[in-house]
Design a protein around this ligand. Sequence first.
Ligand code: FES
Length: 93
Amino acid sequence: MPKVTFKDDDLTVECEQGANLRDVAQNEGASIPFGCEQGICGTCLSRVPAGDENLSDMEDQEKETLAAMGAEPGERLICQCRVEGDVTLESAH
Ligand code: FES
């Protein structure tokens, strides 16, 4: 099973292949904040220092929001990601 590491919380958990990353974060009590949960508000923006390739590809909505926010490469909207393999997340700010 894929492992998800939340660096800010010093927390590593396992989840189902294809799991919604927002669900994993919320169910495990990670400190990533969420707002709209639809890839619009940008509240859940996080840096992905490792395993970016193991997250689902970006949909247009996420790309639009990241561009509007001036997000850096390697940052994702966690509410829009599915987990396909091991990944590490940390706060973007
Ligand atoms: S919670 Fe709004 S973009 Fe993820």
